[in-house]
Design a protein around this ligand. Structure first.
Ligand code: CP
Length: 315
C-alpha cells in the first residue's frame, strides 16, 4: 500500500505483518536500540487540525527514532487561519517534497481526499468519526501481548461508540481477526446498523461485560454531540462508567483499555484506570510509538521501491 488511511481495506496478513514488526520495535524501544537508518533522508510532516497529545507525540518520536527529518506544522499559526483550504495547504506542503504526511482532521473523509492530491505517503491520524487506524493497530498489539493471541477473544467496546473513530477502526480490525465484538452503551450513543459488522449489542453494562476477555472504554465525546442529547455525567457514570463492581462481571483476567484522553469519573473510575493488575492504558501509549514506527517503516519501503522502479523506467 502507498498510504495508511484506514483499517477497512487492510488484509489480515497485512495487519499481522505490521504487528510483528511493531512488536520488534517495542522490544528495541525498551532497550534503547535506535534504528536511525530506516527513514534516513526522508522528511515527515505532521499536520494536526485537531488537538492531540498521544498521536502527535508518538508519531514525532517514532519518526525521530527512525531517523526522519520531522516537522510539526503549527496549524493554529498557519495560513489556514487566513482562509486557505485543506487541499491548497496540502498542495503547498507537497511542493516541498515531503515523503510522509501524517494528518488529523475533524472531518470524516478529509484525509482520504488529501491523499488523492499529493505524491507522498499519507497516514491517517484520525478523521472525524471515520477511522483512526494506528489507534486500532496499537490496541491490537496491546491485546496480543497481554493475551498471547489476537483471535477468538471476547471484547466489549463500551460507551460513546456513535462518535468514535477509535471504535469504528477497532470493530473492523477485531472482526477481521475473528474475535467476538460486543458494543455496550445507551441506544443514543450506539450507531444504527452496526449489526452488519457482526457485533452483538448490549444496553446493560453487566450483561455486556459478562465473561469478556477485554473491556475497552471510550471517552464521552461531548464536542461531537452537536445539539443532540448530552447525558448527565453523574447518571452516565452510574449506568455506564466502569467501576470495580461492573468489572467483576468480566473474566477474572480481563484487561481494561482506554484510548485516552480519559474522563475520570465519567466513563471510568480512576482507581480502575490506575490498577496495574487490570489496566493496560499506559502499555497502549507505549505500543503507539512502536506501531507508528512499523507503519512508517513499511510505507517507506513501498515508497522507495516505487521510486526505484520509476527511476529504472518500470511501471
Ligand atoms: N487516543 C488518541 O488519539 O489520543 P490523542 O487525541 O491525545 O492523540
Amino acid at each position: 500500500a502507498s498510504h495508511l488511511l484506514g483499517i477497512e481495506h487492510l488484509h489480515p496478513t497485512e495487519i499481522t505483518t505490521l504487528l510483528d514488526l511493531a512488536d520488534q520495535y517495542a522490544e528495541h524501544n525498551r532497550i534503547g536500540r535506535a534504528h536511525r537508518d530506516v527513514l534516513e533522508g526522508l522528511t515527515q510532516i505532521n499536520m494536526f487540525f485537531e488537538n492531540s497529545t498521544r498521536t502527535q507525540a508518538s508519531f514525532e518520536i517514532a519518526g525521530k527514532r527512525l531517523g526522519a527529518d520531522v516537522m510539526n506544522m503549527a496549524m493554529q499559526a498557519s495560513s489556514i487561519k487566513k482562509g486557505e483550504t485543506l487541499i491548497d495547504t496540502a498542495l503547498t506542503l507537497n511542493a516541498m517534497r515531503p515523503d510522509l504526511l501524517v494528518v488529523r482532521h475533524p472531518n470524516s473523509g478529509a484525509v482520504n481526499l488529501l491523499a488523492e492530491k499529493v505524491n507522498c505517503a499519507v497516514l491517517n491520524a484520525g478523521d472525524g468519526r471515520h477511522e483512526h487506524p494506528t489507534q486500532a493497530l496499537l490496541d491490537a498489539l496491546t491485546i496480543r501481548r497481554a493475551k498471547g493471541r489476537l483471535h477468538r477473544l471476547s471484547i466489549a467496546i463500551c460507551g460513546d461508540v456513535a462518535h468514535s473513530r477509535v471504535a469504528r477502526s477497532n470493530i473492523m480490525l477485531l472482526g477481521k481477526m475473528e474475535n467476538r465484538v460486543r458494543l455496550v452503551g445507551p441506544p443514543t450513543l450506539l450507531p444504527s446498523g452496526v449489526e452488519e459488522f457482526g457485533v452483538e449489542v448490549f444496553h446493560d453494562m453487566r450483561e455486556g461485560l459478562r465473561d469478556v476477555d477485554v473491556v475497552m472504554m471510550l471517552r464521552l465525546q461531548k464536542e461531537r454531540m452537536d445539539g443532540g442529547f448530552i447525558p448527565s455525567e453523574r447518571e452516565y457514570f452510574h449506568r455506564y462508567g466502569l467501576d470495580a463492581e461492573k468489572l467483576s462481571y468480566a473474566k477474572d483476567d480481563a484487561i481494561v483499555m482506554h484510548p485516552g484522553p480519559m474522563n475520570r469519573g465519567v466513563e471510568i473510575d480512576g482507581t480502575i484506570a490506575d490498577d496495574i493488575n487490570r489496566s493496560v492504558i499506559q502499555e497502549q501509549v507505549e505500543m503507539g510509538v512502536a506501531v507508528r514506527m512499523a507503519a512508517m517503516d513499511l510505507l517507506a519501503r513501498n515508497l522507495r521501491a516505487a521510486r526505484g522502479a520509476k527511476a529504472a523506467g518500470i511501471g
